[in-house]
Design a binder for this molecule. Sequence first.
Ligand code: RB5
Length: 149
Amino acid sequence: MIVLANDHSGLEIKKAIMALLDEMKLPCKNIGTDSAESTDYPLWGYRAAKLVASGECDRGIIICGTGLGISLSANKVKGIRAALCSDCYTAKLSREHNDSNMLALGARVLGTGLAVLIAKTWLETPFELGGRHSKRVAMIGDIEKGMEL
Ligand code: RB5
């Protein structure tokens, strides 16, 4: 289950990503705003992140104007590795190397076509389990636990 969340600026891209998920036969939970009225991005980043951190959703895609505010908010939740991506290479590597569990997109930065392609790349790319990447992702968890590196 993929959770989708957005503020007012991310509405159009959210709709396009819902169509992509439908095409990919991936179930989704839309918890973002469906209105163009101004709203606060931390709310959506936080709510989506909680669903991923709790295991209720497998991964999440979050959208605000730049992708910054919503990713910063999501990354405050323990267990969240939200990657703000504006290109497919970063999206792919954020999965392979960082095991990102949330993708953040900037609706005012990206065109809808590119945003959808980035989301598709991110959804299709697995984490390179084992070896140096697992160790490094575990180190991110250690920081979260307050451990010294
Ligand atoms: C909303 O105007 C805008 O600030 C928000 O979508 C986002 O870009 C914040 O980081």
